[in-house]
Write a protein that binds this ligand. Structure first.
Ligand SMILES: [Zn+2]
Length: 261
């Protein structure tokens, strides 16, 4: 059993069926089929991400309701499965995607973590669900989890006036925010608002996720981070670049699965 994955590029064509890109569905299906069949994969579950932290476990009992549905996949921000030859998919355009693989238990996972998912620690939660689904404690399990991060937007290009985070996490966020900030109150219980003192601050949610994953025991050498910024790269669509420049490049595919060969 081995981990397989696809991280598509602009050159692979549109892979997102959302009609807002103005691309015929046949073309999208053809591009997707080409990417998957070149790796011998036929089946997928395509997650509809909502910037939360819900994790779905795909099993023999529930796969049929979501399998191979372009628009009818599970709503949530992470998928986990022990099934072979079924691609776990989410198609980002700046948010970080994390692929998780635990060889000894034969478990694969995928998490979508932009700003909000990072605040809600969806990547950490995915590892916790993988461990508990295998009847393991996090301590027993985490040492063998390998993680691959797909390209995401960097802090230099991802700037916000403020960030609302749980009060208890302020010190963990501090090294990953570029520029000084003030801590203000919010209406949301147990949250505070970190407001850039000198205007918008750069938000390194990728760095924050890496530190949170290492904090639960993921080994540094098992965490493969991407150095590619989607905003800067010519190879990946960027949601933010599309807003700034009006480019309609869509999304790119991140799909992970376990193969039995
Ligand atoms: Zn950048």
């Amino acid at each position: 059993m081995s981990l397989m994955y696809i991280i598509s590029r602009i050159q692979d064509g549109h892979i997102d069926p959302n009609p807002k890109w103005g691309v015929p569905e046949e073309e999208v299906v053809s591009n997707r089929t080409k990417l998957m069949s070149s790796r011998g994969l036929k089946n997928f579950v395509r997650m509809r991400a909502v910037h939360g932290n819900e994790v779905h476990v795909i099993t023999g009992g529930n796969r049929a309701q979501w399998e191979n549905k372009l628009m009818g996949g599970p709503v949530g921000d992470a998928l986990v499965t022990k099934l072979l030859n079924i691609g776990l998919e989410c198609d980002p355009g700046d948010c970080a995607m994390y692929i998780f693989f635990h060889g000894p238990s034969g478990t694969v996972g995928l998490a979508h973590s932009g700003r909000e998912g990072s605040i809600r620690k969806v990547a950490v939660k995915t590892v916790e669900v993988m461990a508990s689904y295998n009847g393991c404690s996090l301590e027993q399990y985490v040492g063998d989890v390998r993680i691959i991060q797909a390209p995401a937007i960097c802090a230099e290009h991802y700037r916000m006036d403020y960030l609302d985070v749980p009060r208890d996490d302020v010190e963990d966020w501090r090294p990953h925010l570029q520029g000084a900030f003030d801590v203000e109150s919010t209406d949301k219980e147990n949250y505070v608002r970190l407001r850039g003192r000198d205007g918008p601050m750069g938000i390194d949610f990728v760095g924050y996720n890496a530190s949170q994953l290492c904090k639960i025991g993921i080994k540094k050498e098992h965490l493969q981070l991407s150095s590619v910024c989607t905003y800067e790269s010519e190879d990946y669509p960027s949601h933010h670049k599309a807003e700034v420049e009006g480019a309609k490049n869509g999304r790119f595919m991140v799909m992970a699965w376990m193969s039995d060969n």
